[in-house]
Design a protein around this ligand. Structure first.
Ligand SMILES: C[S@@+](CC[C@H](N)C(=O)[O-])C[C@H]1O[C@@H](n2cnc3c(N)ncnc32)[C@H](O)[C@@H]1O
Length: 251
């Protein structure tokens, strides 16, 4: 089995691995938050970590917003480009690393969006700071940053879902996760088999606590406008398994 970088071989089977996710409702929730938080009627969106464009597609179907969809993985972007073709004119796709790739990135937007655990791929507080600095720099006046993250409570409470498998066409995958409470690191290993070969990907994510992220935001050029517990409109708390953060520029 050949070891490859995260989100290379997985790109072919990602949509099946995520078929438990209701992207239509997630986009609806996000658009609702945007409607409540941003006064501009037709804001531009810079989407970070867009993956294969599953959420992007729903945003384009459900709104008239222009979306600049980005990701660090060329394989994920290849799938996103294919998926989004019917929405030509309403989006652009480009490669961007949201932790270390901001130098020379010339775009800005009214909404900077990062959804479905992309944030958890940042493993250090220095990485969180450079993420916050990057998004702050590319956020238009009056705009918001909206991202979600999963917490230690998510990794602890949902261990029963840590192993599964699936297939699409001639591609199959097996997924196994472990969580180390001491380090806060959530490791997911994928075995992917197709006509192209047998591949192994190891994904390491950090289950950040609410307090850690609050501290990082306080030390940045952004401030917290709201936090939400999961997909509710209740404020996040220390038991939240998923937190949606809404940040704005410090004035
Ligand atoms: C769990 S997937 C989520 C994809 C998509 N947002 C969705 O909801 O299906 C995480 C994505 O984040 C991307 N990613 C991880 N670290 C990144 C980084 N530093 N810069 C840009 N993208 C990154 C991965 O390539 C992957 O596509």
């Amino acid at each position: 089995m050949k070891s490859v970088k995260p989100y290379t071989a997985l790109a072919d089977v990602y949509d099946v691995a995520m078929d438990h996710v209701d992207y239509e409702s997630w986009a609806d929730f996000i658009l609702h938050l945007i409607g409540d938080e941003v006064e501009k009627s037709n804001p531009s969106i810079l989407e970070l970590g867009c993956g294969t464009g599953l959420l992007t597609e729903q945003l384009l179907i459900q709104s008239e917003f222009f979306v600049l969809a980005t990701d660090a993985s060329s394989d994920m972007l290849r799938m996103a480009r294919e998926r989004l073709l019917p929405h030509k004119g309403q989006y652009k796709v480009t490669r961007l690393d949201f932790e270390s790739g901001w130098d020379g990135f010339g775009e800005s937007a009214d909404i900077v969006l990062l959804m479905y655990d992309g944030f958890n791929y940042i493993l250090t507080l220095e990485g969180v700071s450079s993420f916050l600095e990057g998004v702050g720099h590319h956020l238009n006046e009056g705009g918001i940053v909206l991202f979600d993250q999963s917490t230690p409570a998510n990794s602890i409470n949902n261990a029963e879902y840590f192993e599964d498998a699936g297939s699409t066409g001639d591609v199959e995958f097996v997924r196994r996760s472990t969580y180390d409470e001491k380090s806060g690191l959530h490791t997911t290993e994928f075995e992917i088999s197709s006509q192209r070969g047998h591949f192994f990907e190891k994904h390491i994510q950090r289950a950040w606590t609410r307090t850690e992220i609050m501290g990082a935001v306080e030390n940045s050029s952004l401030k917290i406008r709201a936090t939400f517990d999961g997909f509710s409109l209740d404020a996040a708390n220390d038991k939240s398994e998923r937190i949606h953060w809404v940040l704005e520029k410090e004035i």
